[in-house]
Design a protein around this ligand. Structure first.
Ligand SMILES: [Zn+2]
Length: 223
């Protein structure tokens, strides 16, 4: 993201729960390579009054005043581009913002405001204190590299803990059962009992499938 420092400084000014959702959105934008500049987040009342006076806004009840809105513009090269909201990556970014619970000003019925994303949270002006239990409506589709590494470490740790149990199940039950059915299979073949041979072969293969399921759960190679 070319304007990462500016963007993060802008996001840092948002109300806490809005900020959390906006960061999830921003990380999604980074992951898909959607270049953009966040031009404004929180706004003071004097600026808002000036915006209304010049027709850029229609309300003094702006979500920017309470830190629950941000404005962004697509970036092409190093230049901001207010005509690029239909660009594929920006369309995806907007869809993700909506999925996370933002409302997009590009869909306003009056005074279409394409740069604008606002986060209703639990209501206007109610996002004042970080709620640890609160998460964005949905988690972002893409996790960060760090989260993936952490998840993988947890999985590997769980597999390592399960490994001795898996080995015990295989050694003390599944392998002897495999041998028993294998012997019975050979005996049935020797007697020319095809139905019994097929049955024992199926049972033998079933022990192998169970053993492989245990191996996979323990992070071991199938055999
Ligand atoms: Zn706005």
């Amino acid at each position: 993201m070319k304007y990462d420092k500016r963007n993060r400084e802008a996001l840092a000014k948002l109300a806490p729960n809005t900020q959390r959702a906006a960061l999830a959105w921003y990380e999604y934008c980074e992951a898909i390579g959607a270049e953009l500049l966040i031009t404004e987040t929180i706004r003071d009342l004097a600026t808002q009054k000036a915006n209304v006076a010049k027709g850029a806004s229609q309300t003094l009840r702006s979500y920017h005043l309470v830190g629950q809105a941000l404005d962004f513009v697509p970036v092409t090269g190093t230049a901001t581009d207010y005509n690029a909201y239909a660009r594929a990556d920006i369309v995806k970014a907007i869809a993700e913002a909506k999925r996370l619970g933002f409302k997009w000003g590009g869909e306003w019925k009056t005074l279409v405001d394409k740069p604008h994303l606002e986060y209703p949270y639990t209501g206007y002006g109610l996002d004042k204190k970080l709620n640890p239990a609160f998460v964005p409506v949905l988690n972002p589709i893409l996790t960060t590299k760090k989260e993936e590494d952490e998840d993988m470490a947890k999985l590997e740790s769980a597999q390592a803990q399960f490994k001795p149990f898996a080995q015990t199940i295989i050694d003390s039950y599944l392998s002897p059962a495999w041998n028993k059915h294998n012997d019975a299979y050979k005996a049935a073949l020797a007697k020319g009992d095809k139905a019994e041979a097929d049955k024992q072969l199926n049972l033998r293969n079933w022990q192998n499938q169970l053993a492989n399921a245990a191996r996979v759960a323990a992070g071991m190679e199938k055999q």
